[in-house]
Design a protein around this ligand. Structure first.
Ligand code: OAD
Length: 301
């Protein structure tokens, strides 16, 4: 068996792979400057970022949760897609049997021109706005206002040169954003507007889940790319074992994926590349991207 991180051996496997599934996480956007959820980047002020991503937190203090999301919207708008997003988008254009599931809500894959028919945004988008009223289906797609509303201006400031942003300093008191300062649903004017992301405890979009299930069960899967995710959040993480059950070799791209614990979970034929996704993906996907270049489209690294 070739070593688990042998690029040439991986290229051989890629050349004979037709149906490819990917599961991406925050690590894909790390080199675009966006913080991950767990580990070093996992805190926002003194709050565990995963605790802010809940309806409970929003009901308790919608202004605080909106500041958190306003800041993430601002960062994502300022960021640009990296070579990892572009490589996956190029793979999608070269191979109509490639489906990419992303947990990221930053829209960087969309901005890298990843074909929407081959991209499932499991956790929604920071730029979709929904109503909090139960049963209300109102949704505004692609709202790029920055700040989202005047009360959230502090979340859209850039730090002074060489200094950190006061908003991020837990010892710096921030002005409380009252519920009355946040926009409500334009028609009924009762429900608060909220980010169109999936919070902990909420269901993923049923149509999307059905579409993914249909894709998975349609045929054998050759390869599953697991890029920049700690694979701790379900149902997203469950797609890895489902792909394995359908015959897929698993390929992880994650600087922490080569440690002993990860290797223990590996099976013969799997690969683990302990590198930055933005550097690694263009190199790994080169055989497929070469095909794309020959067909006349451009791939910029
Ligand atoms: P995590 O923050 O849990 O994991 C990010 C992973 O990326 C870690 O395993 C890092 O080792 C890895 N990583 C860091 N830098 C990287 C780089 N340059 N290249 C490749 N990998 C890198 O983020 P997710 O797994 O995406 O859900 O988290 C999943 C979900 O939990 C998120 O979608 C969000 C969160 O709470 C909701 O908000 C519902």
């Amino acid at each position: 068996m070739p070593p688990h991180n042998d690029v040439e051996a991986f290229h051989e496997v890629l050349r004979s792979s037709r149906r490819i599934l990917a599961l991406c996480g925050a690590g894909l956007s790390a080199s675009s400057g966006l913080p991950t959820f767990r580990g070093v980047g996992g805190y926002w002020r003194s709050h565990d970022a995963t605790k802010l991503a809940t309806m409970r937190a929003f009901m308790t203090d919608p202004g605080l949760v909106w500041l958190f999301y306003g800041y993430r919207r601002h960062l994502a708008l300022r960021a640009t897609p990296n070579a990892g997003h572009r490589a996956l988008a190029a793979l999608a254009k070269a191979n109509s049997d490639f489906l990419c599931l992303t947990q990221n809500v930053d829209d960087l894959s969309q901005r890298a021109d990843h074909p929407s028919s081959q991209l499932c945004t499991l956790h929604g988008s920071l730029f979709d706005i929904k109503c909090t009223t139960e049963g209300c289906g109102w949704i505004e797609k692609g709202n790029m206002n920055d700040p989202f509303c005047p009360a959230l201006a502090a979340a859209s400031e850039d730090p002074p040169k060489g200094k950190s942003l006061p908003l991020l300093d837990p010892y710096h008191r921030i002005k409380h954003v009252a519920e009355e300062e946040l926009p409500r649903f334009p028609q009924c004017k009762t429900g608060l507007q909220r980010p169109g992301v999936v919070w902990f405890g909420e269901e993923l979009d049923t149509d999307m889940i059905n579409r993914i299930n249909d894709w998975i069960t349609a045929d054998k899967i050759d390869l599953m790319l697991v890029v920049g995710t700690s694979a701790q959040v379900y149902p997203a993480a469950g797609y890895i074992s489902r792909a394995r059950l359908h015959g897929a070799r698993i390929v992880t791209v994650n600087p922490e994926a080569e440690d002993e614990a990860e290797l223990c979970k590996m099976q013969p034929g799997d690969f683990a590349f302990g590198e930055d996704a933005a550097e690694c993906l263009p190199k790994l996907l080169e055989p497929a991207l070469g095909k794309l270049q020959r067909s006349g489209e451009e791939f910029h690294e």
